[in-house]
Design a protein around this ligand. Sequence first.
Ligand code: PAF
Length: 283
Amino acid sequence: MRIIRTIAEVRDAVRAARDTGASVGLVPTMGAFHEGHLSLIRRARAASDLVVVSLFVNPTQFGANEDLGAYPRDEAGDAALAEAEGADILFAPAVEEIYPDGFATTIHVAGLTEVLDGASRGTHHFDGVATVVTKLFGIVRPDVAYFGQKDAQQVLVVRRVVRDLDLDVRIEACPIVREADGLAMSSRNVYLDPAARQQAAALNRALDAASALHQHGERQSEPILDAVRRVLAEAGIAPEYIELRDADDLHEITRVENDALLAVAARVGAARLIDNHILRGDA
Ligand code: PAF
């Protein structure tokens, strides 16, 4: 596996592979790999001839009071894991390579980015994500790019960018990978002390309770949301949001008819965590 730091070099490497007819898979990441990331790399490895993993802690998607400085970083460990999964290239650029002096363009997706994490973190968050992902697509020009479903809103935002800007890349959303007690894997789980780590398992327990209610035929939003609220309250977690929205365009719903995104965000100990379940619609 090659570690590449410049746009010019990664372009040359991808072009050389393409000239031989190779297909290209991209796994965009911010590093601090866990099983969730590795599952994306495996998916890419199984489907593409050339697998590029990008490792870039993107400053523009962090707010002023967020954890950019503290975000876990372990490039050597990540490189070893990516190589063991068969990645061909780890593209790990410096901030100045991605945002040189004079950088002035922002991709903003209206409509999907003002709610859920956009409301909690500010719309700059998804502007930063959309901008860096569009750049990565322009640099690597992958056939397929792999994203985790834990960031369900991010997946929708990226899909919309691809659709609206006619980008020639297929987006694959991969299932959430969970710890044995159901906690969704996240690089931010390292912020949890043992007590908070135990408490954090309530997020998925709460979503499970709501999913069970839905499976037993409940279609109204309020009882479903109440199930989540109850389990979180029992665990002493004050949610930032618990919302049920249409899984395609994120409009708020009062009844589950089409596929719905049940999404939760909460601070648990020192970590801000998000999780979600999809409730399948009858339509
Ligand atoms: O999901 C992430 O790790 C990041 O938001 C991404 C997609 C790599 C963009 O910086």
